[in-house]
Design a protein around this ligand. Structure first.
Ligand SMILES: Nc1nc2c(c(=O)[nH]1)N[C@H]1C(S)=C(S)[C@@H](COP(=O)(O)O)O[C@H]1N2
Ligand SMILES: [Mo]
Length: 253
């Protein structure tokens, strides 16, 4: 297994190599749009990662002994929305997860119904863009199970997660493509470290998308929307931090 940092370095040199090999060689290369598509850092990181491991490769899983004694809570830890507070106080007894958008059969699922579905448990390392990591155990329903049950329409391209919390009035949201949506380690987690998911870590459900950085792992997920484009949501860049501070939409690790 190539360590995290080394692999990033490797990706970096492949990217530089790819740039050198094609730069300045033709007219297409002088076209701004084409250059952006070809040399955009995000596209290159994504391509390079695909070249090395494939997008369907599994993220490393760890043993119970390697779990972090403390797993920090980051970002919002309690949505201010009074509706959410009422649900949290009642153990999410009347709460429903909505799965809608470009699906054949929209779903409205209670938490017990979700917990009754076949679950996956994985011990993985969470890497935050701010520079901290923690290893935790997550249990939840594979996103694929819900998407298969709802049935994707032909024009489906992205899955958008709408959250209960906000930063100064703007709701948190995130999105992934269908490769990550159907990845076997992509789950909506309702359990953490063999206990119910604590509110601060994103109850009732939080996304685990293990091949990407922490900000992609939407907490307090209320609605899963299947869409053909990211342009119609928020600022159009596919996530709260992508819109707000320009974080990469594809945050591969
Ligand atoms: N809804 C929501 N999801 C979120 C955030 C948030 O503020 N709100 N913060 C993100 C960031 S930056 C990280 S690192 C992780 C933190 O998850 P944790 O609190 O379980 O450590 O959640 C991510 N998902
Ligand atoms: Mo983060």
């Amino acid at each position: 297994m190539i360590p995290h940092v080394t692999r990033r370095g490797l990706v970096g040199s492949l990217v530089a190599g790819a740039g050198l090999a094609v730069s300045g060689c033709d007219r297409l290369g002088q076209n701004e749009g084409f250059r952006k598509a070809l040399f955009g850092a995000e596209t290159l990181t994504m391509r390079a990662q695909r070249l090395i491991t494939g997008r369907d490769a599994l993220a490393r899983e760890f043993s119970a002994a390697e779990m972090s004694p403390v797993f920090r809570m980051n970002g919002n830890t309690m949505p201010a929305d009074p509706v959410f507070a009422r649900h949290a106080a009642s153990g999410f007894a009347d709460w429903r997860l909505i799965v809608d958008g470009l699906v054949a059969r929209p779903l409205s699922l209670s938490l017990p119904a979700i917990r009754a579905l076949p679950a996956r448990t994985q011990i993985t390392r969470h890497d935050c863009v701010e520079g901290w990591s923690a290893i935790g155990k997550w249990t939840g329903v594979p996103l694929k199970t819900l998407l298969d049950s709802a049935g994707l329409r032909d024009d489906a391209r992205y899955v958008i997660f709408h959250c209960a919390d906000d930063f100064r009035g703007t709701r948190y949201y995130e999105s992934i493509d269908l490769i990550d949506a159907f990845h076997p380690q992509t789950i909506l987690a309702w359990g953490m470290n063999d206990a119910p998911l604590p509110t601060g870590h994103g109850a009732p459900l939080r996304l685990r998308v293990e091949r990407q950085l922490g900000y992609k792992h939407a907490k307090f997920v209320m609605r899963v929307e299947v869409a053909s484009t990211l342009a119609a949501t928020g600022g159009g860049k596919g996530g709260y931090w992508e819109d707000r501070v320009g974080y990469e939409w594809y945050a591969g690790i």
